[in-house]
Every structure is written in structure tokens, then in C-alpha cells.
Design a protein around this ligand. Structure first.
Ligand code: AMP
Length: 121
């Protein structure tokens, strides 16, 4: 079932299409501003992506364009980690191709359920 189209919206963007229900995803939590769904290629036992419903190309653009949505994204990430991993998680926003961003709709990776290393690769 399609949901209402948020603004801004990019009809070509895969995460916008998940937000509107055009593309299926395993949604684990959501609110008015943000949606959390399982990553297609999980890198850890817990690997959930949290996106704003509206289209911003990265976390910096989201912070400028809709700070309330960034708070909602962070709140949902903490909720998922609390529900599934005792509140422990790594929260990663890749921004730009050099940082390994491949989908240009702001998203935070909620990763957990195994021991992490530092520094990240
Ligand atoms: P990034 O490299 O930070 O841009 O992360 C993009 C993430 O989106 C990757 O971990 C992909 O596995 C994930 N991904 C891409 N398409 C989908 C999809 N349709 N459903 C769930 N996860 C996806």
C-alpha cells in the first residue's frame, strides 16, 4: 500500500521508493519522519538502515534541511538498537563516494550484534 509522498522527493531514488511503499523492504520501525528497515546485504547480525522519509542527499543536507527529521532518524536508530541489541550499536553515515556512500538519500547504518574493530576500514 502506497503512503503519501513526502517533500522533497526524488522518484528515481531507491530509498524514496521504499519510503512511499513502491519498493518492498523489511521495515522494523517507523514514525512520521523516518523509517528503519533491514539492509539487503547485512554486515553484522544487526544491520538496519534508518532514513528520513524526505529526500536529502546526505546527513549534512538533512541537518540543514530538516533537523527534526535527523533527530527522528537518531531516535529510531536508538530504539532499534534497544529492541534488538541491548542498546549497543555503531551508527554510520557514509557521506560521499570516498566514504563509500552508494545511495544518495541520507541514511544511517545501525550495526551491532558482534564485536567491532577500530579504526573502521
Ligand atoms: P551506503 O554504501 O552507505 O550508501 O549504503 C547503502 C546501503 O543500502 C548498502 O548497505 C546496501 O546494501 C543497502 N541497500 C541498497 N538497496 C537496498 C534495498 N532495496 N533494501 C535494503 N537495503 C538496500
Amino acid at each position: 500500500m502506497s503512503q503519501t509522498t513526502p517533500t522533497p522527493h526524488d522518484p528515481e531514488c531507491v530509498f524514496c521508493r521504499i519510503a512511499t511503499g513502491e519498493i518492498p523492504a523489511t521495515i522494523v520501525a517507523q514514525d512520521d519522519h523516518a523509517i528503519a528497515f533491514r539492509d539487503l546485504e547485512p554486515q553484522a547480525p544487526l544491520h538496519v538502515l534508518v532514513i528520513p522519509r524526505a529526500h536529502y542527499q546526505d546527513v549534512g543536507a538533512l541537518a540543514h534541511g530538516d533537523p527534526d527529521a535527523l533527530v527522528a532518524v537518531t531516535r529510531l536508530a536508538a530504539q532499534v538498537a534497544a529492541d534488538e541489541n541491548g542498546g549497543q550499536f555503531r551508527f554510520v553515515f557514509n557521506s560521499g563516494p570516498q566514504a563509500h556512500q552508494s545511495v544518495f538519500h541520507a541514511h544511517g547504518h545501525v550495526i551491532g550484534g558482534r564485536d567491532m574493530t577500530w579504526p573502521p576500514g
